[in-house]
Design a protein around this ligand. Sequence first.
Ligand code: ITT
Length: 203
Amino acid sequence: MPPKRPRPSRIFLLTSNRHKLEEANAILKPYNLKLIQKPAKGIEIQSDSVEEVARVCAQNAYRVLRVPLIVEDSGLFVQALRGFPGVYSAAIYTQVGCEGILRLLAQERQRSARFVCALAYADRNGVRVFRGVVHGRISPRVYRGAGFGYDPIFIPMGYSKPFSALPDVKAKLSHRARAFESFGRFMANKAKTKNKPKKKKTR
Ligand code: ITT
């Protein structure tokens, strides 16, 4: 019989967005880490940086909960709109959706954009932030399909269709995939160092 895999280590992900949870868990599975969703109403701060939002929220949440946890803040930054909607991505999506972004870019030929994800991990050693970015452009129209949020209008660099039509591509190279991969590697290295037998001091 193959050796039994140890139970995955569990970490809270403070979010109201189940898509984030599902995408992040798929990335972390090979690292034997499992995220448990914890509702996160009212922890968000105002800032123009996703890194700062994630870091401060994770810090504040850890002070209360005292268990290892992650806060992830992400957004779509459109170059011709000087980074808008950026940290306001969630609110703008609710108000005007993908169609609203296309309207803002109606006469625009410069359609470069990027998705940024900042993942802040807090435990008793403090907070560490992992960042992931994917560059691309805004499509001319909305392509309904898989995913969520702005996936129907974001075409990753090197492709001709948006993430909504390319779930396997998104799973590998999205901003979230990149940030959670870095986190997974960090945790794997940490576990390796912890389990390494200590060298005896020689005099
Ligand atoms: P929590 O704050 O509760 O985690 P949220 O959805 O409000 O959930 P954010 O504040 O990080 O999350 O908002 C990011 C928004 O950016 C999100 O609501 C989407 O509209 C968009 N977004 C982020 N990642 C995305 C992705 O992978 N695909 C499409 N849109 C994305």
